[in-house]
Design a protein around this ligand. Structure first.
Ligand code: NAI
Length: 398
């Protein structure tokens, strides 16, 4: 089994794959189309970050490829639909950097509430300003979390540790952790929170969800954070509420238009405003997150290769099945049409092969069947299963 890891994926990934007897080649940069297609000949596992584009053409030219690990959060750089059609599994690291985002949010909440931005700036400029005006403790302040998912709910726990009182609003039903309280509406949250922080996901319906009406509803002197997606907030409106003094500060990590390259110029209505922290989409950018991503995605690739497990796959039906000792495993990816399970079991029965364990899952047009069988079976069973018209890919695992 061979793996190609591009874009400086964290070294933990190569270590984990080598420990599973995978031969690993590493490269610092991304590869363009023709170099990538060539590099993938004879390679079963590809590891990338966000810059390598895995198109349908590349996938079609890479018949040996079994799985792609996106060592990041997003998978837009991969044609996942084409990958599914060709039976190539795609994995990513959906939670590995969430703690990093939470810690940045805590740091920014404290910095804004103590007006550290201004104290820091004036002291660098040579002015001693020791005034307490407008500076507050976190203890006892009310934090309003919008979007109580992986990040929002972790923030809730840490904020209570600082003595804050937490309210949240989520469009889905969520379990309130600790003493946090769920609000019936976003408006209710905005009217009572001293700090409002957005942690919603990037669904299209969230475009512009935080505009003039929401900003105007916030308490005078409140602060605002967005570390979720740039397109959810009206930045011109936010700038106006900061300039007027209605809001006491803001921390923004994500922008509607973000420069694509290191060192590119950055434009925003929020530049140069008082008590506004601007960061270049670094919420999840820590060495710990990178290390966790390396370990997490490599484990997904290793398990897929070794056991057929597709837990948390971005594109395939999700299955994990404990394997009985003394069995071989057939991993059968097929088009999701009626009768495939019966047909597979018919082939096995025709060849006198007993099923020791079996589980099926479907997802859209795809079905995925793991079947454990006793080791002494005739080779033509495998040929018969591979030849089924519904078969996309059949693997025999030990
Ligand atoms: P998640 O999917 O676990 O949670 C999102 C939550 O928001 C869900 O509970 C959902 O029901 C809720 N939600 C969606 N639309 C809503 C709305 N209009 N009003 C109220 N609730 C709404 O996502 P996770 O992992 O917590 O990430 C949150 C955000 O943070 C995402 O947009 C993600 O892209 C972003 N992110 C940013 C990073 C950075 O570097 N700044 C790094 C990692 C994630």
């Amino acid at each position: 089994m061979r793996a190609l890891l591009l874009e400086n994926v964290h070294p933990e990934a190569a270590t984990a794959l080598r420990a599973a007897d995978v031969e690993v080649t590493e490269a610092k940069g991304a590869l363009d189309d023709s170099d990538l297609a060539q590099a993938l000949q004879g390679v079963e596992l590809l590891g990338i970050r966000s810059r390598t584009q895995v198109t349908s053409d590349i996938l079609k030219q890479s018949p040996d490829l079994l799985a792609i690990g996106a060592f990041c959060i997003g998978t837009n750089q991969i044609d996942t639909e084409a990958a599914s059609e060709l039976g190539v599994a795609v994995f990513n690291a959906p939670f590995s950097n969430t703690r990093s985002v939470v810690e940045l949010a805590i740091a920014e909440m404290i910095a804004l509430t103590r007006r550290l931005t201004e104290k820091n700036e004036s002291l660098h400029a040579g002015t001693w300003d020791k005034s307490a005006a407008g500076a507050h403790e976190m203890r006892g302040r009310r934090l309003g979390i919008v979007g109580y998912g992986n990040i929002g709910s972790q923030l809730s726990v840490l904020a209570e540790g600082l003595g804050m009182s937490v309210v949240f609003y989520d469009t889905a039903e969520k379990l309130a952790l600790g003493n946090a309280r769920s609000c019936e509406s976003l408006d209710e949250l905005l009217e009572i929170a001293d700090i409002v922080t957005l942690h919603v996901d990037g669904r299209a319906g969230n475009a512009g969800m935080f505009g003039e009406a929401q900003l105007a509803r916030m308490r005078p002197g409140a602060v605002f954070l967005n570390l979720s997606r740039g397109f959810v907030v009206d930045h011109q409106g936010l700038a106006a509420h900061i300039t007027s003094g209605h809001l006491a500060g803001a921390a923004i990590d994500v922008f509607p238009q973000e420069p694509s390259r290191q060192g590119d110029a950055f434009q925003s209505d929020l530049r140069g405003l008082p008590n506004v922290i601007l960061t270049p989409h670094i919420g999840g950018s820590t060495e710990e997150a990178q290390q966790d991503i390396g370990r997490f995605v490599a484990a997904k690739l290793r398990d897929f290769v070794g056991t057929g497990s597709t837990t948390l796959s971005v594109n395939l039906p999700q299955i994990a099945l404990d394997q009985q000792p003394g069995t071989h495993r057939l991993a059968h990816l097929h088009t999701n049409t009626p009768g495939v399970l019966a047909a597979v079991n018919g082939v096995l029965a025709d060849h006198q092969v007993n099923v020791e364990g079996q589980v099926l899952a479907t997802r859209g047009q795809l079905g995925y069947l793991l079947t454990d069988i006793a080791c002494d079976y005739a080779a033509d069973v495998v040929h018969a299963l591979a030849a089924m018209p519904q078969t996309i890919r059949l693997r025999v695992l030990s």
